[in-house]
Design a protein around this ligand. Structure first.
Ligand code: ATP
Length: 271
C-alpha cells in the first residue's frame, strides 16, 4: 500500500536528516514507527504527506509509492485526495468550531451526504465522548478529547491509509491506553494505520510490524511481537532491564533502572 525506498530528506543545504530509509505498510493492520526525539519520524511523515516544503525541507533521493503511484514531491492536497490522510503531531483542531463542524470539515471531500452521516455515526460510536460534546467548541475540549477529535476528523474523509503522528503525546496513561485501543479498532474496521510514536509500549502493543529509527536510519524492523522482546528495544524504549540486574551499583546505591536508562539515552542522543 505504502512503499518507501531509500528515502533521503534534507532541510536546506544541511546534512540529510533521513539517510536512505525504507519502510512498507501493507493492506491491513498497524505499522509502528518508533524513535527518540530528533530521530526523523516527523520528517518522514512530512515527506509522505507532501508537507516537507512547508517546513523548508525536500526529498533528495528515494521513492514513496502509494497504491502503486509515486507521490514523492506531490502537493498535500493531491496526497489527501488520493486517500492518504495525516493527523499531525499536536492536535490542531479548529478551536472556534464545534465538534460537529470539525467533523464536517474533515468530510469536505465526501460528496454523499448519506456516507458522511454514516461515518459521523461510526465516529460517535468510536468516541462516545465526542457525541456528548458535539455542540461544544473544540477549543474548550480537554487535551485527550481534542486528540480524539483530530483522529475522528481525519477518519471522516474515509482515508485509505491513516498516518497518526504521536497521538499519545501529552496524554495521561489511561487515555494513552484508550487511544491505543482506538487505533486497533480503526485498523480492524479496515483502515491501515502508520503510527508514529515515542511511546513504544503502546505502539508495540497495537502494531503488527514496527520500525525503529535512530538518527535518520532504520536500525531495527520486524514483527512488533518480536521487537518488543528484543533486548535493545526493551532497554532503550520500554524502560526495562533485560539482564534483570537490579542488584545495585558498585557504590552500594540502588540502581535506578529508569534513571540509568535516562542517562544512557541522553548520552546516546546527545551525540
Ligand atoms: N524545519 C526544519 N528545519 C531544519 N531542520 C529540521 C526541521 N525540522 C526538523 N529538523 C531536524 O531534522 C531532524 C529530525 O527531526 P524530526 O522532527 O523529523 O524528528 P522526530 O523523530 O520527529 O523528533 P520528535 O519526536 O522530537 O518530534 C532533527 O535534527 C531536527 O532538528
Amino acid at each position: 500500500m505504502l512503499d518507501i525506498e531509500g528515502l533521503v530528506v534534507r532541510y536546506g543545504g544541511r546534512e540529510p536528516v533521513l539517510h536512505g530509509v525504507s519502510l512498507e505498510v501493507t493492506e491491513a493492520g498497524v505499522v509502528a514507527l518508533l524513535g527518540a526525539n530528533g530521530a526523523g519520524k516527523t520528517s518522514l511523515m512530512r515527506a509522505v504527506s507532501g508537507t516537507l516544503p512547508l517546513h523548508g525541507g525536500s526529498v533528495a533521493a528515494g521513492s514513496i509509492r502509494f497504491l502503486g503511484k509515486d507521490i514523492a514531491g506531490k502537493d498535500p492536497a493531491a496526497v489527501v485526495a488520493g486517500g492518504l490522510v495525516q493527523t499531525p503531531e499536536g492536535r490542531h483542531v479548529f478551536g472556534a468550531l464545534t465538534v460537529d463542524e470539525n467533523l464536517d470539515a474533515g468530510a469536505i471531500t465526501v460528496r454523499s451526504r448519506e456516507a458522511k452521516e454514516r461515518t459521523r455515526r461510526q465516529m460517535f460510536e468510536l468516541f462516545p465522548r465526542l457525541a456528548e460534546r458535539r455542540r461544544q467548541r473544540a477549543g474548550t475540549l480537554s487535551g485527550g478529547e481534542q486528540q480524539m477529535l483530530a483522529i475522528a476528523r481525519a477518519l471522516m474523509s474515509q482515508p485509505k491509509l491513516l498516518l497518526l503522528d504521536e497521538p499519545s503525546l501529552g496524554l495521561a496513561p489511561l487515555l494513552v491506553k484508550q487511544i491505543g485501543e482506538t487505533v486497533r479498532e480503526i485498523s480492524r474496521d479496515g483502515v491501515p494505520v502508520l503510527l508514529v510514536e515515542q511511546n513504544a509500549a503502546m505502539a508495540l502493543s497495537v502494531a503488527h510490524r514496527a520500525y525503529v529509527l535512530e538518527l535518520g536510519r532504520v536500525v531495527l524492523s520486524g514483527p512488533a511481537g518480536e521487537l518488543s522482546h528484543s533486548d535493545e528495544v526493551r532497554r532503550l524504549y520500554l524502560g526495562e532491564d533485560p539482564a534483570g540486574d537490579e542488584a545495585g551499583t558498585p557504590d552500594g546505591k540502588p540502581r535506578g533502572v529508569r534513571g540509568d536508562l535516562a542517562t544512557r539515552r541522553l548520552a546516546r542522543w546527545a551525540g
